[in-house]
Every structure is written in structure tokens, then in C-alpha cells.
Design a protein around this ligand. Structure first.
Ligand code: PMV
Length: 325
């Protein structure tokens, strides 16, 4: 993979004393579920997300004698999973004998059940770009971040972002691009329902779904319908259409995983209870919709005027204004 990556990075740049960058987390409104190439993390379909503004990862990279990783003030040893995954990724971008001290700070509430891998890999690529002063464009940053985690390809931008699946086997046409800025009233509510570590990671969950779920055959068709509708709804601020389509898309994604064997069932009783409460709120006329990723927690989509009523039903909800950078 390295030769492919080297074609994207300008040669002859030496590192400075420090490279620093920030990348936001993101939540997909039209989900990415299923790879066509495991190593290059090439998706089977496109996807569209909203970046979470001030919720994300700040990363500092400092040339050092040995590799070390500090996240939110805590040191992670070399045999830790997070350490191995991050430095395995940085190995793709750096010279073989070059060592780094990584200082990372997540502004995502740790218990919120939001994946920090997307913002971490996007911040890592941007910090490397700053360290070496490569001057990479958004498309290249997105391709490189994708190699760390698929959804990281979308975290190099703010606002609404679309990741194109591409057709090229090298993945050079599989990158994300901004679609539109977030409109000021748009809100994401995070419901932390379970902090238990998930039994099946997203990569394993996707693989199992693609290989064993007959229902997965319908997924590309679902995305072919939902992605243009969500893009349209984003561009003309059609919130009910956006919410409806995003909720249906998330539920359809979960249906494909539940139909895998062994089943990939992230839902807990609290997940189902929250979905019923959302449907009850809608029956009362509150415009609120749910989305879920590879875990039991639920994220709500709504506009600012509905916040007070939704907060009454979900007192522990943490609200994010994705437009606040
Ligand atoms: O990028 P990964 O491997 O963490 O997978 C992300 C998968 C979902 O969060 C479920 C969907 C998405 O598009 O973010």
C-alpha cells in the first residue's frame, strides 16, 4: 500500500518541530456499511454525514526518540490496541525510522458512545500534513484518512459531507467532499444508553453482514434511493425529508446486520425504548428522528425550536450544534 500512498505525498519535505490539527467527529445520515476492499477500506456504496463542529479530536505530533501516545492526559502503552492502530496507520505516512510523540485530546464526551476513530484518523492526517508542510488538498487528506478508518474520510471537513464510493480499484476516486454548511438550527442529540464495550467492531460487523446476510443485497438499492434524497433535503433545508430518510436508512442498515449470522445485534432494551419514545414524540407533532451506528446508543436529529420538548422526554440528552465550529 505504501507505494500507492507515496504517489499522493510530495517528496523532499523535512519535518518541523510540531504538527498540530483538529478534526470533528461525524454522524452519517446515509450510512456506510460494507467494504468492497478490506485493506484499502473502499466502500460498496456512497454515504453522507454531518460533522459535529466542536466535538472532535485535537492532535499534536512531535518528532521523538520513541513512539508514545497520550490521549486526554493518559499514556497508552505500546501493546495497547489504540497505540498499535494509530502507529500502524502513521507508518503508512512516515519514513521507517521516524518516531513520534502523539498528544491527542478528544472533546467528544468520552461516555457518549460516539466513535472517536473518525476524528482521530482525520486529525492524524491533517497533523502530519502540518508537520511536513505538504500542503495536501481536501481530496488527498480524505483518501489518506480513509485508510485509517472509512468514516474518517468524511471527518476532514466541517458541515454536511458526502463520501463517493468510487469505482477505481486503487481507491483514488473514493474520497469525501463537502456538500453544504450546516444550517444554524440543526441539532444532534446524543443519548448514551449503554457504555458497555461493543462485542463486534464495525469492520467485523460489516464483513459478516456482507458475507452472510441475504438482506444485504437490498442495501445498495436503499442507498441509491436515500443518498440523493438526503443530499436534496440538505441543500434545500427540507428537515422532515432529511430526518425521515436518515432514520429509515439507519434502521435498514441495522436490519441487514440483524439478518447476518451470527447476528450483529447492537440494540439493547434501552435502544428500543428510545425509538418508541421518538415515535411517540412524532405522534405528538414533534419533528424528531433517530439514527444509530455500530452500537446501542441513539442519536436524535431535530431543529432548535423542538429542543426543550425533546429534553423533557430525554433529560440526559447531550445536544450538539454542529454549526458551531
Ligand atoms: O469507519 P468505521 O469502520 O468506523 O465504520 C463506520 C460505520 C458506521 O458508523 C455504522 C456508519 C457510518 O457511515 O459512519
Amino acid at each position: 500500500m505504501r507505494p500507492l500512498i507515496q504517489t499522493l505525498i510530495p517528496s523532499g519535505h523535512s519535518p518541523s518541530d510540531c504538527g498540530e490539527a483538529y478534526a470533528p467527529a461525524n454522524i452519517a445520515l446515509c450510512k456506510y456499511w460494507g467494504k468492497r476492499d478490506e485493506a484499502l477500506k473502499l466502500p460498496r456504496t456512497g454515504s453522507l454525514s454531518v460533522s459535529l463542529g466542536a466535538f472532535g479530536t485535537h492532535m499534536r505530533l512531535l518528532p521523538a526518540k520513541t513512539d508514545s501516545l497520550c490521549i486526554n492526559g493518559m499514556e497508552f502503552p505500546a501493546d495497547d490496541k489504540a497505540h498499535r492502530r494509530l502507529f500502524g496507520f502513521l507508518d503508512l505516512l512516515r519514513a521507517p525510522d521516524f518516531r513520534l510523540r502523539v498528544e491527542s485530546r478528544n472533546t467528544i464526551p468520552m461516555a457518549a458512545g460516539l466513535a472517536s476513530s473518525a476524528s482521530a484518523f482525520a486529525a492524524a492526517v491533517k497533523a502530519m500534513d502540518a508537520l511536513y508542510d505538504w500542503g495536501l488538498d481536501g481530496r488527498t487528506l480524505s483518501i489518506l484518512a480513509r485508510l485509517g478508518s472509512g468514516s474518517a474520510s468524511r471527518s476532514v471537513y466541517e458541515g454536511f459531507v458526502e463520501w463517493h464510493e468510487g469505482v477505481d480499484p486503487t481507491g483514488m476516486d473514493s474520497f469525501a467532499e463537502p456538500v453544504a454548511p450546516v444550517w444554524p438550527d440543526f441539532r444532534v442529540g446524543i443519548l448514551t444508553l449503554s457504555e458497555a464495550e461493543k462485542a463486534v467492531g464495525s469492520s467485523e460487523g460489516m464483513k459478516r453482514t456482507v458475507e452472510t446476510a441475504t438482506l444485504y443485497r437490498a442495501w445498495p438499492e436503499q442507498v441509491a434511493r436515500d443518498l440523493p434524497e438526503i443530499r436534496r433535503a440538505v441543500l434545500c433545508h427540507d428537515f422532515p425529508a432529511l430526518g425521515r430518510t436518515a432514520e429509515n436508512n439507519a434502521l435498514a442498515m441495522h436490519a441487514t446486520m440483524i439478518a447476518a449470522w451470527p447476528p450483529v445485534l447492537y440494540w439493547r432494551p434501552e435502544t428500543v425504548a428510545a425509538l418508541h419514545a421518538v415515535h411517540q414524540l412524532r405522534a405528538e407533532g414533534v419533528d424528531v428522528y433517530a439514527t444509530m451506528d455500530a452500537g446501542p446508543n441513539v442519536k436524535l436529529l431535530f431543529l432548535a425550536p423542538s429542543e426543550a420538548r425533546i429534553q423533557e422526554i430525554f433529560p440526559h440528552m447531550q445536544t450538539v450544534s454542529p454549526g458551531d465550529g
